[in-house]
Write a protein that binds this ligand. Sequence first.
Ligand SMILES: [Zn+2]
Ligand SMILES: [Zn+2]
Length: 401
Amino acid sequence: MDPNPFFGLIPELPGIAIDRFDLRCRDAAVLFFLSHCHTDHMIGLAEEKPLNGPLYLSPVSTVLISHRYPLLTENLRSLTLSDVLRTRVVPPDGSEPYELSVRTLPADHCPGSVMFYLETERVRILYTGDFRPTPETRSFIKLIQPNIVYLDTTFLNLEYAHFPTRDESTKKVTELCEEWLRADRKNLISLWLPATYGSEDLVRLLSARLGERIHASENQLSWYLYFPMMHDVVTDDTSVRVHVCRGTKRTSIQPLCSDPFSVHGTQDPRHVRTIRPSALRWRGLKPGANFWERQDNLYYVCYSSHASCNEIGDFVALLHPHVECVRSIAPDGPGGQVERDFLTNALTRNTSTGQVSIPSPSGFKLAGIQYDKRRNISLTESDESDDDPKPQIPKRLRSGD
Ligand SMILES: [Zn+2]
Ligand SMILES: [Zn+2]
């Protein structure tokens, strides 16, 4: 592995930039790719200098980016999961032109998130972006044979070996809502979201299962309404009983709007149950253990849009035996020695030939990244703004991503 953090450019594919749009990438690239619309993957998109080429992204991301950055509209090129882009790349650095084919795969991280599979005559590269695999992802992955993988290693840390599935998490959140709303007609739910963008599936499923619309703030509504699937889910009606209007803010234990209190005949915050879905605080979670925790009337529920450590292992195991090199797209690398061993074992799990060697102090076939110190997990606010991380876990610096 390359010890250098990933900053958007892939050495084997000159003229291509992925998830990075600063001036350095704009000068070096003629073809751009965006995996999803979290801010740490969009650095530089707001630059005034025009993009020197098309920007490929999913149809959902196309809608979001065209609203957020109207100046880029002419650059946007939607790729559906069945599209294959075939193009000739003429790198601006004068290196040899080459034929490139690109397809997208579902990343199941947030609406519209995709992985990119890029093939030339010489290399086959899988760029996962942020991802949490589902059975659908796995069925797509079986169709490709990358020899280089750029991997989301956010939770490549054995302390995050296990997360419940998002279905399990959503079910628990729904149960906590149902029991509270049933107990007293004055009771309200405030959902304290982990991310502004990326919680749509949770909000949508919760609304469907409760059979109620959910109040969102004006800002959230302007965002949610870009998603057709959210049109019957959220509302500006503050008298409903379930609220996401406080967004990711911790400022209060109550919903940000005050109307529901008067509408429902109470000013008493004890009638508000707050539910906090998040992943970061759930170190050491074991399968079968409770993945929720109560603090007064605040419930934490484990909910992750990134793969757990075990899911990362299962994912790379599917890719073997073709993979020769794994590179982290996280700015601080893929973890320590223990995680390196874990990744290598995962890569060799499905083979008896041992084509990828177990690491030793003298050499490591997934060469490049230094594993000599423990990595701290960190997430951007765009992914998860857990206001209650353990003190030893610093936040990822947004600008440093
Ligand atoms: Zn993300
Ligand atoms: Zn509200």
